[in-house]
Design a protein around this ligand. Sequence first.
Ligand SMILES: Nc1nc2c(ncn2[C@@H]2O[C@H](COP(=O)(O)OP(=O)(O)OP(=O)(O)O)[C@@H](O)[C@H]2O)c(=O)[nH]1
Length: 542
Amino acid sequence: MALDFIKKVFTFGRSKPAEEAPRPEEEQTAPGPQEAADLPLATDPVLPEEMDTAGGPADDEEIDFEAITAAQDDPALLPPIEAIGDLGMVPLSLLEAEAEAGTQEAPLDPETLDAAVPIAEDDLDAMAQAPLSPAQEEAQPAPATEALEPEAAVHVPPAEQAVAETADEAPALSDAAPADTLDAAKAETFGATEAGEAEASTPDDESAAALAASPALPKGFAARSEAVEEVVAVQQKRNWFQRLRDGLSRTSSQLTGQITALFTKRKLDDDTLQDLEDLLIQADLGMETALRITDTLASERYGRDVTGEDVSRIMADEITKVLTPVAKPLTLDLSHKPHVILVVGVNGTGKTTTIGKLAAKLSGAGLKVMLAAGDTFRAAAIEQLKIWAERTKSHIVATKLGADAAGLAYEAFEEARRQKSDVLIIDTAGRLQNRTELMAELEKIVRVLGKLDPDAPHTVLQTLDATTGQNALNQVEIFRNVAGVNGLIMTKLDGTARGGILVAISAKHKLPVYFIGVGEGIDDLEPFEARDFARAIAGTGA
Ligand SMILES: Nc1nc2c(ncn2[C@@H]2O[C@H](COP(=O)(O)OP(=O)(O)OP(=O)(O)O)[C@@H](O)[C@H]2O)c(=O)[nH]1
């Protein structure tokens, strides 16, 4: 039911113009980068084609920007923050009913705009020191895990619960492991720096392994768990590789088909090498990798017969070499409480969906996760994230449509600290990398988070849509410079013929690639593995 509803919300959100936060035309303000950072409402992250249909003020409708700007010094105007814990979650049925009745937020009126002004950064400094007002105290949600012993509430991954449920004699895990063991297990699970530089390949597998290895677990359970895990892991690995190959089949079949045609009844000479290089570049693999492949092929087989399989094997090996240094686990520094992950990227690249998938992995492994609905331009984006929060049993902090995203991020960080969340994941509005004023707004979000912790955001993840092709190279360049992107997730690798672009991006930017998305479902996010990916692109066996 939940999945159906999410699909409904996507359709509903994208087709209902009234849900887009109205913002004035860019030409009216044409701010420089710094001014723009303080005028998020004067900017528009939606694509030009979306702007045509976006709801908002009529062309001749005036917005009082002076009043908005003047009001920004008053922190009392900070829009109310909605923190939804497990216990205070908006019931799905209510959201569903709202969606069906079309009662989601209407376009902002001038009063709402007044309430949505950005917070001056000096005020944020003051807020960082200030105690909560009585109204804020009252507005605090009851911590969702308040009634439970906090560590006991987070440490049983669903996989382990399932094992326990099917084995009647298995004792309850929640009584078994002391808090420090659990902290260590959590830290280890995600390669947390708290627990040293432990390599964490797949969070789910490692969380199970960490718990199974815990000396506090009852005897017998670990052995049974390990056996089950082993069978499940082998099966999952097989399924995953098949799915990856299926997803990348358009990329690989196009490439291998052309390679086979090229090498039929031809010896390897300069002309065939040049043709091969052209093919590899057209397949988005990039000049550097194309040359690596042709050089290796030439050194092994020049002047001899070459088959398509020879080329595929060399291609898989060379691509693996390019990808291995960037295929890293996402390292969380759990000493931060929370480790802050900011998710950025161009419109529609899959930020919100990826956040949902990440939250599922993290909370499934026993971490306490908070989400922040920082895409304040689209009502549907906020609703979408609320649904992901409910599905993944994460807390969520959201605010009004059109509110200042930097202010929301700041408030969410404070709330996550209060609730002692392990991880805070902040969604942001999609923006094209060539929209200077929107990129300046992103810069502001990063700056504001740094006021609470100079190291925050600890991870800045950029989502890239695999179907974009070469433009993704430029997206990384600019988001990296502006927002300090230090990790990538490539989405929509299912069914694209342009999966090769991830190789070109890795060769050029050398940023870690943590996960890849191969579908819209909650489980369609997998740790990035160099060899698997290379073989799937080259069309060679598992
Ligand atoms: N096939 C496929 N679809 C995906 C994947 N990841 C996300 N999507 C879909 O892509 C669309 C856009 O995803 P969102 O998560 O809304 O993207 P976003 O970047 O948050 O979008 P904006 O808020 O508009 O910037 C949705 O329909 C998702 O279901 C993926 O790995 N594969």
